[in-house]
Every structure is written in structure tokens, then in C-alpha cells.
Design a protein around this ligand. Structure first.
Ligand code: Z5A
Length: 201
């Protein structure tokens, strides 16, 4: 089973993935948590380039780097683990590319979708949790640390990303669970568990 978490920076993905993976492991499930971009030696190098290099990337080269990191992770780790029956929990997947490179950087959505299909080998999450928070809260939750390259993209960019996520979630309500990420951590986790119980048991 493939479970993905989506949303803007600081929306609470890492927090909820920690809670969900602990719950599943305590209940005897084999679980692997991964993040995008990253998860293989090659993809971690690309992550470093994308988030920390001093070079100015074009929107297109950014898109291809995210897809390249994804292709490596899907082929080497995600597919084999899913075939073994592991529950794979992914912090970001192709919805991030649609939201950030498609809606945010305004690359043609047909091109983004085609690239997503190619890199993910048509793999589709069984369920996606989209934690929706406003931009101001994202800034508040991350104001204590140094911003990476993408985080420095500006308000207009992030407003397009948030609107993009809402459109993506609206288009696939059977896969994407839209959750109010401003709620307390425990309340969000309960909503996630209510959905997960039906899938696991
Ligand atoms: N990116 C892209 O452009 N295209 C792509 O295809 C992909 C990615 C795959 C990766 O960033 C960047 O790459 C990201 C998108 C882009 N850039 N941006 N912006 P990353 O992996 O370094 O980080 P992130 O995924 O954006 O976010 P994060 O820093 O890991 O945040 P988070 O996991 O969503 O949140 P958190 O760490 O769980 O929580 C943040 C804080 O809020 C923390 O102090 C928590 O204790 C607190 N928190 C969490 N939940 C709550 C609630 N409910 N109430 C109160 N406080 C809370």
C-alpha cells in the first residue's frame, strides 16, 4: 500500500507521518517512510542541488530534477517494497510536482502530468492526505530556520501552489483526503486514522 502526504511547507506532514508509522509498526505492520526528493543516494544528491545549490535553476530544469529523483526512488525502492507487501509512506509525491512546478512555476500541466507518469511508472497512491494550511501559518511554523531555495520563491508563487493543491484535491476526492491542517495535531491524526482503519483492516 502506498500512502502519500501533501501540503505546503510546515503543514504537519512529518509530524503526522511519525504518528501514523509508529501506530502501524506497533500493530505489526511492515512500514517504510521516505521523503521526496530523496530516499536513494542519487536522489539525495539531487535534493541537495534543488534545495541548496547556488545556481539559479530554470523552471524546466527544476521539473526534470524532481522527476529524475523520483524515477530513481520509484524504480529502486518504492516498487520493490510494495511488491514485498510493505506499507510505504511518502512525504510528497507527484502531486507536489503538479502543485509546485505546474501551478506554482506555471509549466504546462500536460507536460507536468506526462513527466509525473513517466517518473512514477504510473504508480498511484492508494490514499493521499492533503494538509491544508494558509500561507501565514506556514511562515509562522518555519520562521525559526534558514529557508531553502524553493522556500524563497515568494508569496505569489506559494498562493498559486496552495490554490493548485485545492484544485488537485477537488479533482480526485476518492484518493485525496483534504484535511484542515490548522487543527490540533491529535485531531488531525484521528481524521487520518478514521480513513486508514478502512484500508488496513
Ligand atoms: N518540491 C517541489 O517543488 N516539487 C516536487 O515535486 C517535490 C518537492 C517532491 C521539499 O521540502 C521542497 O521541495 C518543498 C517542496 C519542493 N519546498 N517547499 N516549500 P522539504 O522536504 O525540506 O520540506 P517540506 O516538505 O516543505 O516541509 P517540512 O519542513 O518537512 O514541514 P512538514 O513536514 O509539513 O511539517 P512538520 O515538520 O510536521 O511541522 C512543522 C512545525 O509545525 C513543527 O514545529 C511541528 O511541531 C508543528 N506542527 C505540525 N502540525 C501542527 C499542528 N497541527 N498544530 C500546531 N503545530 C503543528
Amino acid at each position: 500500500m502506498l500512502i502519500t502526504f501533501e501540503g505546503i511547507d510546515g503543514c504537519g506532514k512529518t509530524t503526522q507521518i511519525g504518528l501514523l508509522s509508529s501506530y502501524l509498526r506497533e500493530n505489526g505492520k511492515e512500514v517504510l517512510t521516505l521523503r521526496e526528493p530523496g530516499g536513494t543516494e542519487f536522489s539525495e544528491k539531487i535534493r541537495d542541488l534543488l534545495l541548496h545549490s547556488k545556481d539559479k535553476l530554470t523552471a524546466q530544469s527544476e521539473l526534470f530534477l524532481f522527476e529524475s529523483a523520483r524515477a530513481d526512488l520509484v524504480e529502486k525502492i518504492i516498487k520493490p517494497e510494495l511488491e514485498k507487501g510493505t506499507i510505504v509512506i511518502l512525504d510528497r509525491f507527484y502531486d507536489s510536482t503538479t502543485a509546485y512546478q505546474g501551478y506554482g512555476r506555471q509549466i504546462d500541466l500536460n507536460v507536468v502530468n506526462a513527466s509525473n507518469h513517466l517518473a512514477s511508472k504510473n504508480l498511484k497512491p492508494d490514499i493521499t492526505f492533503f494538509l491544508d494550511i494558509p500561507l501565514e501559518l506556514s511562515y509562522q511554523r518555519s520562521n525559526h530556520r534558514k529557508l531553502d531555495k524553493i522556500e524563497k520563491s515568494g508569496d505569489e508563487f506559494f498562493t498559486r501552489v496552495i490554490d493548485g493543491y485545492k484544485k488537485i484535491a477537488g479533482e480526485e476526492p476518492e484518493r485525496i483526503v483534504n484535511i484542515d491542517g490548522t487543527k490540533p495535531i491529535g485531531e488531525i491524526f484521528k481524521t487520518i486514522m478514521d480513513k486508514m482503519i478502512n484500508l488496513i483492516y
